[in-house]
Structure formats: C-alpha cells, structure tokens
Design a protein around this ligand. Structure first.
Ligand code: HGY
Ligand code: MN
Ligand code: MN
Length: 419
C-alpha cells in the first residue's frame, strides 16, 4: 500500500465527527447526574446495547450478547470459525466518568470497519469487536469478568462477588438475561486468535506534551485492590469520655495518611484509597466500623509486594495502638503485561501510513488487555485526551484526533491482512 492516507467514502474530517457524535449519543445512557455512570448489568448497560448493535451492523458484523455480559460483533469469517482478530474495550464507566473511557475503543474500530466496508475493502481474516461488560469493577469488587471470559480465566469465586446490595455477579448476569453457567464455553481458541487490539484514551498528559494525536502502548501496569474493615465500638458522642473511645473513623483517618506516606516514599508505586464507608454514619454516634479500599499499582510485582507489606504493617500498628479490629482482604490483582513487539511495530507502520507521528508509552491505567494477554498477543493505541483528564465528566478528545486514530486502525487492519 502506498504511503498515502487510506481513501474512504467518509470525506476527510467526517470520520472524526461521526465518532464524536456516536460517543455523545452513547453517553446519554447513564444514571442521572454529571458525566457518565453506566455500571455492569445495569439498566443503562441494557439500554446502550441497541445503539452499539447498530454500530456493529453498520460495520458488517452480527451482534450477540454472550454469557458473560459482553456484546460481541462478529463478521461472517469469524462466525465461520476462521482465524480472527479481536478488537474492543469496555462499555462500563466509573461513577460520573467521561464519554470516552472504554466506549471510544468500541466505537472507533467499528467505524474503521464501516469505512473499509464502504470502500469495498474486505479483510482476509475474521474480525470481532467486543463491548466488554465490566472493566472498571465499580459495581462488583472484582473486574475484567468479560475479557477473562474470552480468555477462559473466570473463576467461580469471581461469580460470587457481591455488589453493595448483596447481589452476586452471577445473579446480576442472570437477571441481565445472560447464562453464566455457559461462560466456560465462550473462551476463545488461542490457535484461532490473531491478536487483541484496544484503542483507548491515554488518561494522562504524555501525548499532549508530545503534541501527538496517538501513541503506542508498550505495557500495562500491575494492579491490586484490597478491602479493609476496621471495627471499634459505637457509643454516645456526647457522654463517652475521649479516652474511652474505640473510634473506627479516627483510626481509618490515621491509616489513610499512613498509606499515603508509603506511596509518597516508594518509587514506581502509586495507589489510592478510593472508597470509604462509615457505619452507623450518624452525626452523634462514635463510628463503630469503617470499610475502605486500598489500590496499589506498579509495573514491578516486587515493588507492589513491598508496598503491600509496608501498608499492612502500618495498618496493623494503628489498629493495635487504638485497640481496633483489622480485617484486610485482597479482592483483585492483575500482574503487569507487555504488548507484543509485532503489534507495536505494525501500529508504528500504520501510524506512518496515516501520516501520524507516534512514539511508545507505558500505561499506568489497567485495561482489558490485562486479561486478554492470557489468550493472545495484545496491543493498544492511545488517543490524546484533553489535559490528560479521565474518570471525570470533562474527559474529552478532539474530532481530529478521533479521525487520526480511526485512519491508523484502518491502515493497521489492511496491513494485518498482507503477507
Ligand atoms: O482503573 C483503571 O486503570 C481503569 O480505568 N479501569
Ligand atoms: Mn477507566
Ligand atoms: Mn478504561
């Protein structure tokens, strides 16, 4: 293929605007409030499926909801069992998140396939595009159940994970119309899988600093999440002497600061206490119990382990000194994964064809590739996002960058089919 941008029936600039318009439309399927809140197996998840199905049909794919709550679009070659290249990202969001985290990686490959189809370009291999049901792990303490299902790595305890109402993931899937008992049957055959590519907003400042529309991901960070339960004793806030209190919230506050100091003082380790609940949470009752989450991230498993040990020791010291009961449970962990060399090289070639300068960068965010790498080679293309902002209602990309990334994927898909 000559080194010219791939001509397509979409006039120059139209692809980007179509993409932005589609993501605006998808963003409406959200709980009320600012930004986008669309959780796994929620009404909002159910309501967005017809729109994604329409995009899939426009791209020449046949949509189907699978046993794990993923909406999967397959071309006829993929349906016939030919070797298949998988693309996709997650449909779910964080609470009051943005329009692009996840859904960009569903809409963009579908638009690229539609543009190729309009040009009469057929690919000599099967393609699937997946809208994974659950990547953020907001509703359930576990996550990546959709991509793990494709990789054949869903565990029974994962299906027993409970949301805040006590509904298990299994029950939620059944209520959603899925059949979790069939999850083992949706595992893909590695021998028939050509690779997995995810397009995603960068969620950081590098591409803006480089003034590049796109970037090629080298590796995804490792992540672990823990649930901490701290128990003291409720009591009357007015009559209990200060030196006779077992205040779980004061203990938790000291713990949060202790966790922060471990993170601030450990290179190549980041983390957060993102959720914290107080019980009984009454204005005049000494807090009896506090539960909070601790998340640690590092590309280096040893650094994460040392960080975990330092955090655990710090929590234990506070609990002992304050005579509080401490319970800490690991609810999720995913080791760092690297992107395939051939995929990175091919993305670099595609960026050149699409006249897009592109360099490599690391992902501090987790993605479905953390699970898909157990199935097949993975690659990721990052798209510049405004101020590097994500997990925020103001998350934004430009139509021009959306266009650029779409044309890179069009070039990549045509290259993939060439010997
Ligand atoms: O948490 C993450 O890194 C991703 O946004 N789920
Ligand atoms: Mn996210
Ligand atoms: Mn994401």
């Amino acid at each position: 293929m000559t080194n010219t941008a791939v001509y397509t029936a979409f006039s120059q600039g139209a692809l980007g605007q179509v993409l932005i318009d589609r993501l605006d439309e998808a963003a409406q399927f959200s709980e009320p409030g600012s930004g986008v809140t669309r959780l796994f197996c929620s009404q909002e998840h159910r309501d967005v499926l017809p729109l994604i199905s329409h995009w899939m049909e426009q791209a020449g794919l046949t949509p189907q909801l699978d046993a794990a709550g993923n909406l999967v679009g397959r071309c006829s070659k993929a349906q016939a069992g030919e070797k298949t290249f998988i693309m996709g990202s997650h449909q779910d969001s964080v609470i009051e998140g943005g329009k692009y985290d996840g859904m960009l990686g569903v809409a963009l490959p579908l638009l690229a396939l539609e543009a190729l189809k309009r040009e009469g370009i057929t690919l000599p291999y099967g393609v699937e595009v997946v809208a994974f049901g659950d990547e953020e792990g907001v509703r359930f303490p576990t996550t990546l159940v959709g991509s793990k299902a494709l990789a054949g790595s869903v565990t029974p305890d994962q299906l027993e994970a409970k949301d805040a109402e006590g509904t298990t993931l299994q029950e939620a899937l059944i209520a959603f119309g899925c059949t979790p008992k069939d999850i083992p049957h949706i595992a893909r055959d590695p021998a028939k899988t050509l690779g997995f590519l995810e397009v995603h907003i960068e969620q950081g400042p590098i591409l803006e600093q480089r003034n590049h529309a796109v970037g090629i991901v080298t590796a995804l960070t490792g992540i672990e999440r823990h649930r901490v339960k701290l128990s003291g004793k409720a009591g009357h806030a007015g009559t209990t002497p200060m030196d006779m209190r077992y205040d779980a919230l004061v203990g938790a506050a000291e713990m949060v600061l202790a966790i922060d100091s471990v993170l601030q003082s450990t290179d190549n380790l980041v983390g957060v206490v993102g959720k914290l609940n107080v019980h009984p949470n009454a204005v005049n009752v000494i807090p009896a119990q506090v539960t909070f989450t601790v998340e640690l991230r590092s590309p280096d498993a040893n650094i994460r382990q040392r960080g975990r040990e330092a955090v655990t020791a710090a929590l234990q010291e506070v609990a002992t000194r304050r005579s509080l009961a401490l319970d800490m449970e690991n609810t999720y962990s995913a080791d760092a994964v690297t992107c395939a060399d051939w995929m990175m090289a091919s993305l670099e070639q595609a960026c050149a064809h699409a006249d897009q300068p592109a360099e490599r960068l690391f992902s501090g965010a987790g993605h479905d590739g953390l699970a898909m790498q157990a199935l097949t080679d993975i690659g990721m293309l990052f798209v510049r996002c405004k101020d590097g902002l994500s997990h925020h209602p103001d998350e934004a990309i430009s139509a021009a960058d959306g266009e650029a990334a779409t044309r890179v994927i069009m070039a990549f898909l045509q290259q993939l089919g060439r010997p």
